[in-house]
Design a protein around this ligand. Structure first.
Ligand code: FAD
Length: 316
């Protein structure tokens, strides 16, 4: 049976949907070990075991969070050598892609990003050109480092309840003094809203909000939704870049995506067209977003969004 590693960047008592997708996909390919890029308490280990991990690799002495991603790259490389893994699955996040690329250099192997499917032969289906095409690709040398797009794997309805956490193996990373260190951090204020990639509801605003995201945020709060944005809005500095949905942002697949003042360019659609229901609000009846919307409202978002938020609150 093949050995498959899954890289878990931030273990938590409740694994994220993306982490569970990585573990579920890995379990369909072989024996799964999770490589932990951060500290994990016993509850986190049990939860990851229930989600499919048969064992864990951690760094002896822990991972120095001030050393950027270098220790994670060292740990992953050591775990691949230790386990003779044929593949490593990582999140398609900025961190996941950087770690995959740097580990591939050390292992003299190949990376495939943006994966949406991986078969038993490690043939990867990946989306390209903003989701307009899919291509099949395979790593031809060394262990395959594959970053998986969120919402690509159907999760099992019930995970097997596990009595005890799988065994943990500590790896000595030797002398790996990082070439760069974090010298200071400035925390971003937390909105208390759900994480964009995993939210059931998303309300997204584009250039049409004209610099003011308050109506988008207010509807999001009325619905318990995450706030998303087009690249035009994030590039303008109206909202943080982490809110960007699309080809070069986050891919979302919520139950409901409300698009307000977004034209529906192909790069935006690439990140949201798999939403179960799409409601588009745009004052231009010919906006391309209406081609994929389940419900289209031709109107001014400054009027439609507050009315929707008030109605939702009234019915609660
Ligand atoms: P616009 O296209 O300017 O549309 C604004 C819309 O708002 C219009 O349709 C207008 O009718 C409507 N509107 C204006 N005022 C109102 C109002 N008061 N009420 C209602 N409607 C109103 N874009 C992304 O979103 N995500 C990506 O990840 C992304 N990646 C990219 C990658 C590459 C390589 C490139 C080249 C582009 C990428 N883009 C991405 C940019 C993309 O091509 C578009 O430029 C962008 O999505 C446009 O954003 P928008 O729809 O908000 O703005």
């Amino acid at each position: 049976m093949s050995n498959i590693l899954v890289y878990i960047h931030a273990p938590a008592p409740v694994p994220t949907k993306s982490q569970r997708e990585l573990l579920a996909l890995a379990a369909s390919l072989g024996e799964v070990h999770a490589v932990l890029g951060g500290p994990a308490d016993p509850i986190a280990l049990e939860a990851l075991t229930s989600a499919g991990a048969n064992g864990f690799y951690t760094a002896a002495g822990g991972i120095d969070p001030a050393a950027l991603l270098s220790p994670a790259v060292c740990l992953l490389t050591a775990a691949v050598r230790e386990s003779a893994a044929t593949a490593v699955l990582l999140p398609n996040s900025i961190e996941g892609r950087e770690i995959a690329a740097r580990a591939a250099v050390r292992l003299d192997s190949g990376v495939i990003t943006d994966a949406i499917e991986v078969d038993a032969e490690l043939l990867v289906t990946k989306s390209v050109l903003a989701g307009s095409y899919t291509v099949k690709a395979q790593v031809t040398r060394g262990p395959a480092l594959i970053t998986l797009k969120p919402n690509s794997v159907q999760l099992p309805a019930h995970e097997t309840a596990s009595a005890a956490a799988a065994p943990v193996r500590e790896l000595e990373l030797g002398d790996n003094a990082p070439a760069a260190r974090i010298t200071g951090t400035r925390p971003r204020t937390s909105s208390g809203r759900p994480a964009l990639a995993e939210a059931r509801f998303v309300v997204a605003g584009g250039r049409g909000v004209d610099g003011d995201f308050s109506a988008v945020e207010d509807l999001a709060d009325a619905l318990g939704a995450a706030v998303g944005a087009s690249r035009a809005a994030t590039d303008a500095g109206w909202i943080d870049h982490s809110a960007q949905v699309g080809q070069t942002g986050t891919t979302v697949s919520p139950q409901l995506y409300i698009s307000a003042g977004i034209s529906g360019a192909i790069q935006q659609k690439a990140g949201m067209q798999s939403a179960k229901t799409i409601i588009a609000i745009n004052k231009d009846p010919d906006a391309p977003v209406f081609e994929i919307a389940d419900l289209g409202i031709v109107g001014d978002l400054t009027q439609v969004l507050p009315q929707a938020a008030a109605e939702i609150r009234r019915r609660k």
